[in-house]
Design a protein around this ligand. Sequence first.
Ligand SMILES: *Cc1c(COP(=O)(O)O)cnc(C)c1O
Length: 219
Amino acid sequence: MNAVEQLAIVKEKIAAAEREAKRPTGSATLVAVSKTFDADAIRPVIEAGQRVFGENRVQEAQGKWPALKAEFPDIELHLIGPLQSNKAKEAVALFDAIETVDREKIAAELAKEIARQGRMPKLYVQVNTGSEPQKAGIEPREAVAFVRRCRETHGLAIEGLMCIPPLDENPGPHFALLAKLAKEAGVDKLSMGMSGDYELAVAFGATSVRVGSAIFGAR
Ligand SMILES: *Cc1c(COP(=O)(O)O)cnc(C)c1O
């Protein structure tokens, strides 16, 4: 199956999961993760109507998205990979949402660039729900205070939380933890769920799911 056919299947499964969870149709947004795929592979998916995309590297995204965004101005591009503070300028210039705010230094750099450029991407705090040492994200026990500091110290409008559960664990408890932390932090957007578990994430309240290989194929 090609990416456009896979896209239709993923969208239908999201709609079914919304119905199952008694959630309104369209309440979980599909972020199509196009990392490693080039513009020629992405274009048919855009032409099929998909408008929200995710990339995990600033530099890779800079190579393909400026031209696509010029052609399709209503595209919404999400940064879902770790952000280095020396890339904050480029990230604020290109992305419409940055889902990986996870430390003070990044918050400060983003605040500076948002003020300088007058561009205001949506912002999410990434939470390392499994406390994995190799993984980005703020520790769960620090997440609520960090969201508060982003707001109060840096003036950032954090809209939601994002997580990537450990590969080898049942993701359900991680989705539940993220939802609980979001409630405590007073944010209502939840970015969770990937190709293997997006329907479960919808059941746990995901407002966006990040699906790559189930649409574009193996990387
Ligand atoms: C690659 C990636 C995804 C998509 O993963 P698939 O398993 O291909 O759906 C989602 N979120 C993040 C943060 C990623 O880096």
